[in-house]
Design a protein around this ligand. Sequence first.
Ligand code: NI
Length: 268
Amino acid sequence: MTRELLFSRLWEQYTQQNPSVLKVYDSFTSLGEYINNDHIAFRTFNDPRLDISVLEKPFLDAGYEAIGTYIFEEKRLQAKHYEVPEHPEEPKVFISQLILEDFSKELQNTIAALINKKEDLFYKDKELIFKGNPWGLSSFETYNQLRKESEYAAWLYVYGFRANHFTVSINSLKTLDTIEKVNQHLKNHGFTLNDAGGEIKGTREELLQQSSIMAEMIPVTFTEGTFEIPGCYYEFAIRYPDAYGNIYNGFIAKSADKIFESTNFYNK
Ligand code: NI
């Protein structure tokens, strides 16, 4: 599958499920901005049936190469990022996985039972990244139980395989050309910024700054009924040149840690 098709399919699913994303997008384009993606991100568990080495396959086939590896200590995550070597301007792909053995036996058993619902062969399908939640209706009680240990696990339990966020490249914007201007623009339009650890994650000196809006609350049908929980979110990134004038293309685990909290449950 071409990179163009991969991204257009993921974008379509993402915007259909999270209508507020299109409102953000339109609020930028109505200013005459043309939006390039900095990166998209996926979440998974470190079970070998569906870990990073499984989810990365369609991207490797489409010309991506693994460039950086990361550890998120507090969230108990490992991650890798991918670029197209001959086209570094194309959006990067970021895939993280939860280190299951760092959590309670209860959580491990819940996730093992979830993954066991599908045969091993199912996870080998190259279409896995488009499949969303393949496990059937989630339990709201289990969602809340998982949240006590890991909001990441709870989100993944409900939503499965899909782009967890797209990220606007602020470098490609003409008017909203600083992260401060982007954040103010978002607030003016009524969107809620993730302010965990501050609205801006990272510093100019670290060569990457990111912000995000909190994931939109969307109605999800659980076995117990329908409840509103956070879906996917939209992220914004600006990159700065290093001492040699090269734009930094990696990620910084320490400053991006709190970005994961954009899908934390919150009360509207
Ligand atoms: Ni991101």
